[in-house]
Write a protein that binds this ligand. Structure first.
Ligand code: NAD
Length: 358
């Protein structure tokens, strides 16, 4: 097998202050003050409004308001309403407490106002560590990357992730794993991103089974949160490949649920790439103790009780032809070309939950 050592690369570090550990939410006020903020607007989803209220109470006079209207895919209309709250309150910092949806709203506001952001993640999605924003307007989603989108401070407090419902914790953890796995064979990878990706994968595959079997295992939640930070950082530094392309094509084309689609497709996407770059994925197979990384990822998803078949998400055999067309048009860069011949059997295996094989 060829050596995985890269002899030529470019590394661009991403500045962010990370405050990690149980109880760190208590430091949120100090973090607002540290960045010179005096008037924080707290953002949440409607479901996490109470979490926002508790944070506002904790911030005291540092909090000037709360906007609890964040929703999935950052609709521009919601951002406009939140923007009006910034104008009304004279906020000078946005504090997002929630998952990727809430952090997406903070990014959209930072883009329009230049205000600094503090992200306090409550899932493993990893958006807090990226300069990426997906926004929707008139039913169309556009994604952009801009250094101004990156939160200046991330506060990781394990007390906030351990309230995730089990299905969200598992799908969110597998979503994080997908960022790191694709980072391993990204065209613009470098030794630093590969180091972070492998450590993020190790942390996730160690922690997810433990927190599934014992939801009171704080050490496992914290290790998964640490893994999520690393996986998110990888997503923020390198381009994604076949797996993310398949997820966007199927998610957008058939309105399939984002997280479950990710969970089902990852082993199959990896099985396509693995023969082309075995040396890059061998460490994953080794961590999993399986013959291939693809089979290891599939066994992990199964053991965690994640969905295994696109059939269960509503896709049917008759949808496959269109699914393959969507997957192969405007393909992302991939270490192994994405074509109809290989995508049809791959998607059929994902449809029925057959073993992930190249
Ligand atoms: P989410 O933020 O949409 O949250 C899903 C639901 O779970 C919400 O109702 C939320 O309030 C609730 N929730 C979140 N944390 C909880 C907790 N600890 N306890 C109880 N309920 C909780 O889910 P997500 O998966 O974190 O984010 C998905 C969105 O983020 C998608 O729109 C995705 O495209 C985006 N995303 C963006 C990036 C990026 O880099 N831009 C990265 C990853 C995901």
């Amino acid at each position: 097998m060829a050596s995985a050592f890269q002899t030529v690369f470019t590394y661009q570090g991403s500045p962010a202050r990370v405050v990690f550990g149980a109880g760190t939410l208590a430091q949120a006020g100090a973090e607002v003050e540290r960045m010179g903020g005096k008037r924080a607007l707290v953002l949440t989803t409607p479901e996490q409004a109470a979490t926002g209220q508790a944070l506002c109470a904790q911030l005291g006079t540092l909090a000037v308001g709360q906007f609890s209207g964040a929703v999935m895919h950052t609709p521009v209309s919601v951002t406009q309403t939140a923007f009006n709250e910034i104008t009304r309150t004279g906020a000078d910092v946005v504090v997002a407490i929630g998952g990727g949806s809430t952090i997406g709203l903070a990014k959209a506001l930072a883009l329009r106002t230049g205000l600094p952001q503090i992200a306090i993640p409550t899932t493993f999605a990893g958006s807090e560590a990226t300069p990426i924003l997906g926004q929707t307007q008139d039913g169309e989603k556009t994604t952009m990357t801009d250094p101004r989108l990156r939160p200046a401070v991330i506060v990781y407090d394990v007390a906030l992730v351990k309230t995730m419902p089990p299905a969200l914790a598992i799908s969110s953890g597998l979503n994080a794993l997908a960022h790191a796995v694709e980072g391993l064979y990204a065209q613009d990878r470098n030794p630093m991103t590969s180091l972070m990706a492998l450590e993020g994968i190790r942390a996730m595959i160690s922690a997810l089974p433990r927190l599934k079997s014992d939801s009171a295992d704080l050490q496992a939640w914290a290790e998964a949160q640490y893994g999520a930070w690393l996986c998110g950082t990888v997503l923020g530094q390198v381009g994604m490949s076949i797996h993310h392309k398949l997820c966007h094509a199927l998610g957008g084309g058939f309105d399939l649920p984002h997280a479950d689609t990710h969970a089902i497709l990852l082993p199959h996407a990896v099985s396509h790439v693995e023969p082309a770059v075995p040396e890059l994925l061998a460490p994953v197979a080794e961590l999993m103790g399986t013959r291939t990384a693809a089979l290891g990822l599939q066994a992990l998803a199964k053991s965690l009780g994640a969905p295994m078949r696109l059939l269960d998400l509503g896709l049917t055999e008759t949808d496959l032809d269109r699914a393959v067309s969507l997957a192969t048009e405007r393909p992302y860069w991939s270490p192994r070309p994405i074509d109809r011949q290989t995508m049809m059997p791959l998607l059929r295996r994902a449809l029925t939950g057959a073993p992930a094989q190249s």
